[in-house]
Design a protein around this ligand. Structure first.
Ligand code: SAH
Ligand code: SF4
Ligand code: F3S
Length: 487
């Protein structure tokens, strides 16, 4: 196995590339390293890579992996779009996510004229849609490389075709895989923060909620082996990480498809044992698979954060059925009750969709009612967006935009009212906050998060980043708190 530090120089470029992964990718990385060295000498400057990430934590994590590969090749990260390699890692969960990407692509023309050798690449969920790729092939000819959610690990190989093969240089290279069950371990692994990081525990989704495109663009659910997950976290902890976020579209069904099935709760028990790790978060929990075992593990844990993101989607049991969510309003409320009993100060957040096809006034009132009953700390509210190919897109009674918009505004007000009440209750309480970065507006402040995932700004200096600080919440400023350090 080639690690980041071991055996890498032994790769023999005079031989054919190996078939097995990840060795094959390390071969291409090595090949591109040679190319990059020469290119930098020729240009008399570094090579720059710019990556923009749209969408969720999955994409954020994928972008870190991509940056890891680029840096290993010899590129430096830059914030500027005037780069030698420019990548949009796209999201397609709602229509406006797509529109943003088209808008940005249109603006890249000038950059490409200035630097014709620049490689413009696209990846992520949007690229798994045939119509999108066809549109780009037709209307956005300055794009050089398109790959999908299943073959990110192949980036070095694709880039080497693009950069080293003269004939490929002028053509758009498109490499999209349909679903795959393959999980490639041990690739280069860059992380944005030295003290916290996301860890994929599974990929894909099997739930097919009737509005959602994710299962079509991310493929079937597949879990990583617990040993691989534990080894990765142990490695992170050795490098100074104190907080991990376990990532999956539905972490509560982790492990079901493994040869030796294990539950998410069992995995958490094992992660908890890792010495030096202080905090565990996870995302996202589907209510239908939230087990009593998991609630019990959360109640007994010293490391699992007191926060649960539990997407509700709708407060109407009738609509939940049409959404294919497999729980009722009552089931959901029972979970909330159990969670609060096990972890009394738990913060609860959620996702809600407004304007789903067939949503009646009464359905919507039930959603409002649930928001009041569940007393969310905060909620992400979304206007329903029609996604081609999903069952909901073909449903007849689509809701007119004005009606949906009006409901959306009412919901948002209700959510904000309840968040403000919650925030009021919390002021003057003391929390352990992980200091994450220097505040961008005021450099005398640090920004961090409590176990409940509250965002807190408090006086401090950059040496404290990555450490835990006791902070009293003094005042709620909307989506964040101002705090004072407790001695
Ligand atoms: N796997 C996660 C979230 C995936 S997408 C889960 O099941 O909770 C994040 C959120 O986007 C969803 O929870 C949902 O509220 C929202 N969403 C998904 N598809 C949507 C659509 N077609 N229109 C509007 N919102 C949508
Ligand atoms: Fe989409 Fe549902 Fe899967 Fe979440 S659980 S990704 S909402 S299909
Ligand atoms: Fe978007 Fe793909 Fe995540 S569609 S929300 S980036 S899984």
């Amino acid at each position: 196995m080639y690690g980041e530090k071991t055996d890498f120089d032994k790769i023999d470029l005079t031989k054919e590339p190996p078939e097995a992964e990840p060795e094959r990718q390390y071969y291409f990385i090595r090949l591109l390293q040679e190319w990059a060295k020469e290119k930098k000498e020729e240009l008399g400057r570094p090579l720059y890579a710019n990556i923009t990430t749209f969408g969720c934590q999955m994409n954020a994590r994928d972008s870190e992996k991509i940056l890891g590969i680029m840096q290993m090749i010899g590129y430096e990260e830059t914030d500027s779009e005037e780069a030698d390699f420019l990548l949009y890692n796209t999201c397609t969960v709602r229509e406006n996510a797509n529109l943003k990407v088209y808008g940005r692509l249109g603006q890249l023309k000038k950059q490409k004229e200035k630097n014709p050798d620049m490689v413009i690449a696209l990846c992520g969920c949007m690229m798994q849609e045939k119509e999108v790729v066809e549109k780009i092939e037709k209307s956005y000819r300055n794009v050089d490389l398109i790959f999908g959610t299943h073959n990110i690990f192949k980036l070095a190989e694709l880039l080497s075709i693009k950069l080293l093969d003269q004939r490929a240089k002028r053509k758009m290279l498109v490499d999209i895989w349909e679903g795959t069950t393959e999980i490639v371990e041990d690739l280069p692994n860059e992380r944005k923060y030295f003290f916290k990081g996301g860890v994929n525990i599974m990929f894909g989704c099997n739930n097919f909620c009737s509005y959602c495109i994710v299962p079509y663009v991310r493929g079937r659910e597949r879990s990583r082996e617990p040993e691989d997950i534990i080894a990765e976290i142990e490695c992170m902890v050795q490098d100074g990480v104190v907080e991990v976020m376990l990532l999956g579209q539905n972490v509560n069904s982790y492990g079901k498809n493994l040869k030796q099935p294990i539950t998410f709760a069992q995995l958490l028990r094992r992660v908890e044992q890792i010495e030096g790790l202080e905090r565990i978060r996870f995302m996202t929990s589907h209510p239908k698979d939230l087990s009593d075992e998991l609630i019990e593990v959360m109640g007994n844990s010293k490391k699992i954060c007191h926060h649960m993101h539990l997407p509700l989607q709708s407060g109407s049991s009738r609509l939940l059925e049409v959404m294919n969510r497999h729980y009722t309003k009552e089931d959901y409320l029972l979970l909330v009750e159990k969670l609060r009993k096990a972890v009394p100060d738990i913060a609860l957040t959620t996702d809600i969709i407004v304007g789903f096809p067939g949503e009646t006034k009464e359905d919507f009132e039930e959603t409002l009612d649930m928001v009041r009953k569940a007393e969310y700390d905060s909620a992400f509210t979304f206007l329903y967006s029609k996604r081609t190919g999903t069952p909901a897109a073909a449903m007849e009674d689509q809701i007119p935009e004005e009606v949906a918009k009006e409901r959306f505004d009412r919901l948002l007000k209700e959510v904000q009212k309840i968040s403000a009440q919650k925030a009021q209750e919390r002021t003057k309480t003391v929390h352990t906050v992980l200091a994450e970065e220097v505040n961008q507006q005021d450099s005398s402040l640090l920004t961090g998060r409590s176990s409940q995932n509250y965002l807190v700004h408090f006086p401090g200096s950059k040496e404290q980043i990555g450490t835990f600080v006791k902070v009293r919440l003094e005042e709620c400023k909307g989506f964040y708190y101002l705090g004072q350090v407790e001695e």
